[in-house]
Design a binder for this molecule. Structure first.
Ligand SMILES: [Zn+2]
Length: 339
């Protein structure tokens, strides 16, 4: 019984402490809180980055939309010069943001690192690289405005718990992704905001309903299932400059053996030296054509991946089996061709 009494006393003390914390929080509002909206108005403006990129403009737009959904209030979007001495939420680096930050923080940041922080009554959301400012805005929407996503099959939609008055506590967070280049599931807007940053050709973005400004890190001409674009088994299946090629008739050995050891136009046989040479030649031709067309110096990403048929492995031939054994993985069949 004494043990029960001790436990009971301890629980009483814990409960009393918990209650005192709650009542203290209720009776003493934090003088440092930032009142983002109240009574149907806001005293804040959203400040665009200086020299905003299309991705920055997209980030500013989803921030303005998120604040509107959360508070019912329209937060004006202004350029740095128009911010004056108003309370501000700065996206990216601008003259107005540098007044709060002291200097441009990006030289000390890693690529894609972002930071979200309040500085006095102002807020700075910034990051480095193509998507840094966007990731800062996404963090603010999720962790400060408590945005949630409602799943609707492939297409998710954000929602907010609407508040008539929104006051937030001072905050400071920063983070950087562990992997530089990411292709997470399908290229929809949800995945884009959470880091999908490669393999987004314009027609794929349009097909998946990605809005204006959702650009990848690299230019890349095609999305997935690209190996037959470079080594088309039949005429008409490859890139336009290979449209007359049908390699399966002339070089069946370029294609993988299935489990019954028959060459089938389903995947490539990467152990074959002739296939490697032809594939490399065609990819280099493609890079040369892309470089001629390009008007900027953004890097090009060439995607080379398997075709859709679920064949288990690229190829069951003896040479590919030996590579699989050497690298302890069916991926060894392909990796050795390029490493
Ligand atoms: Zn093979």
């Amino acid at each position: 019984m004494p043990n029960v009494q001790i436990l009971s006393r301890a629980l009483t003390v814990v409960l009393a402490l918990a209650c005192s914390r709650v009542s203290a929080a209720r009776s003493e509002p934090d003088a440092m809180e930032l009142e983002l909206s109240g009574g149907g108005v806001t005293s804040y403006v959203i400040v665009k980055p200086d020299n905003a990129t299309p991705v920055d403009s997209y980030a500013v737009r989803i921030l303005a939309e998120g604040l509107k959904q959360k508070t019912g209030v329209t937060f004006p979007v202004v350029a740095s010069a128009g911010a004056g001495e108003q309370k501000r939420i700065c996206v990216g680096v601008s003259a107005a943001a540098e007044k709060d930050l002291g200097r441009d923080p990006r030289p000390a940041m890693r690529d894609q690192e972002f930071a979200v922080r309040s500085i006095g009554q102002n807020i700075c959301l910034y990051g480095k690289g193509v998507h840094g400012n966007l990731y800062a805005v996404v963090d603010f929407l999720d962790n400060t405005l408590e945005r949630r996503w409602c799943v609707d099959e492939y297409y998710e939609k954000p929602s907010f718990n609407r508040l008539e008055s929104l006051a937030i506590k001072p905050f400071a967070r920063s983070r950087a992704p562990s992997f530089a280049y990411r292709m997470l599931g399908f290229p929809n807007e949800f995945n884009y905001q959470y880091g999908y940053n490669i393999c987004l050709p314009p027609e794929v973005r349009a097909g998946w309903g990605l809005p204006e400004g959702t650009l990848p890190v690299f230019d890349n001409p095609v999305w997935v299932h690209t190996s037959f674009l470079y080594i088309p088994p039949d005429p008409g299946r490859g890139f336009p400059w290979l449209k007359d090629q049908g390699y399966f008739a002339t070089h069946p050995e370029f294609y993988g053996e299935n489990i019954n050891r028959q060459r089938m136009p389903e995947q490539l046989c990467y152990a074959n030296p002739g296939l490697r040479a032809e594939l490399t030649k065609n990819i280099l031709t493609h890079i040369g054509l892309l470089r001629k067309e390009k008007t900027d110096d953004r890097p090009i990403l060439i995607a080379l991946d398997q075709e859709d048929p679920a064949t288990g492995k690229f190829c069951y031939c003896d040479a590919c089996a030996a590579l699989e054994q050497r690298y302890h993985s069916p991926a060894g069949q392909r990796c050795e061709a390029f490493w």
